[in-house]
Design a protein around this ligand. Structure first.
Ligand code: PBG
Length: 324
């Protein structure tokens, strides 16, 4: 035999030397759930090890993460039902606890990278990402105005990256123009470019209590059957001024990550979503697989497929692992 690929796997040193993909804590962005009030911490039932924190405790959590080398965070609000309405009006109220907390967090950690989510669902009494009319249709152009106000409010709080996750058409350009007109030309946009209508978001909707009150999100989020449609979305996001293209979920859509990586020069991000986290945790708890090893293999696969930034609930645990 002239060729024996096993020779390149014969020792730990050679294997390490030939490793093509390397994970680092700087690849991770850690999603966090923010509660109103003080000294509050509650675990998400369907996401063991993941907690919702009030601002004071979230500051501690961020500090701990920073010491582990995680310096990017995506912060989501848990909004009480009494604050929800048709137009998601709390989302652009600068005095609402979430927006106030963003500026406190940025002030405390100016060197951290803080991302926020732009979509109506956590603040909407309909639980949809867009404005709903009397017939249950999700209105596109009317929603843009609300998304714009939300994004601008978050930018005013000093966040580094705005993350439109709503999948309305034209939102990246709308937000980009509005930010620029108001002097926020340095605020970045990470567009949820290829966001699929996925059942993997279930635990996240538990965490925020943000499930749609009727219907599903299939008229705005993408059909899981489609790959080519991601190109249409990515072309638009690039033209409209996005700084990052994101694919979501990650593991079931590695082909889409690779497709965007091969066809676009913008950095690719992938969101290793709540359901992907919960599955590993559940099987680990049952003793059916080694959750730590599956975690690291999953993250590695996402990076190997072409994602430079990985939004993941595993960030902290993976950082412990990488720092060992
Ligand atoms: C809000 C939003 C969702 C997620 C991120 N932003 C839920 C959804 O679109 O229904 C999901 C994140 C996860 O599952 O971890 N639009």
């Amino acid at each position: 035999m002239l060729k024996r690929p096993r020779r390149n796997r014969k020792s730990a040193v050679i294997r390490k030397m030939l490793e093509e993909t390397k994970l680092s804590t700087s690849d991770f962005m850690f999603p966090l759930f923010l509660l109103e009030g003080k000294k509050k911490k509650s675990e998400v039932n369907s996401m063991p090890g993941i907690f919702r924190y009030s601002t004071d405790l979230m500051l501690k959590e961020i500090d701990e993460c920073m010491n582990l080398g995680i310096r990017a965070f995506d912060i989501f609000p848990v909004v009480d039902e009494i604050h929800k309405d048709k137009t998601a009006s709390k989302s652009y109220d600068p005095d609402f606890f979430y927006n106030e907390s963003l500026s406190i967090i940025k002030e405390e950690f100016p060197e951290a990278c803080i991302m926020t989510d732009v979509a109506m669902d956590p603040y909407s009494s309909d639980g949809h990402d867009g404005l709903v009319d009397e017939n249950g249709n999700i209105l596109n152009d009317e929603t843009l105005e609300i998304l714009g106000s939300m994004a601008l409010t978050q930018a005013e709080m000093g966040v580094d990256i705005i993350g439109p996750s709503d999948m309305m058409d034209g939102r990246v350009e709308y937000i980009r123009d509005l930010l620029d007109e108001n002097g926020f030309e340095n605020t970045s946009i990470m567009s949820y470019t290829a966001k699929y209508a996925s059942a993997f978001y279930g635990p996240f909707r538990d965490a925020l209590d943000s499930a749609p009150k009727f219907g599903d999100k299939k008229t705005y989020q993408m059909n899981p059957a489609n790959q080519r449609e991601a190109i249409i979305e990515a072309d638009l996001d690039e033209e409209e001024g996005a700084d990052f293209l994101m694919v979501k979920p990650a593991l079931a859509y590695l082909d889409v990550i690779k497709l965007l990586k091969d066809n676009y020069d913008l950095p690719i991000a992938a969101y290793n979503v709540s359901g992907e986290y919960s599955m590993v945790k559940a099987a680990g708890k049952m003793g059916w697989l080694d959750a730590d090893k599956v975690m690291m293999e999953s993250l590695l696969s996402i990076k190997r497929a072409g994602a430079k930034v990985i939004l993941t609930y595993f960030a902290k645990e993976a950082a412990y692992y990488l720092n060992k």
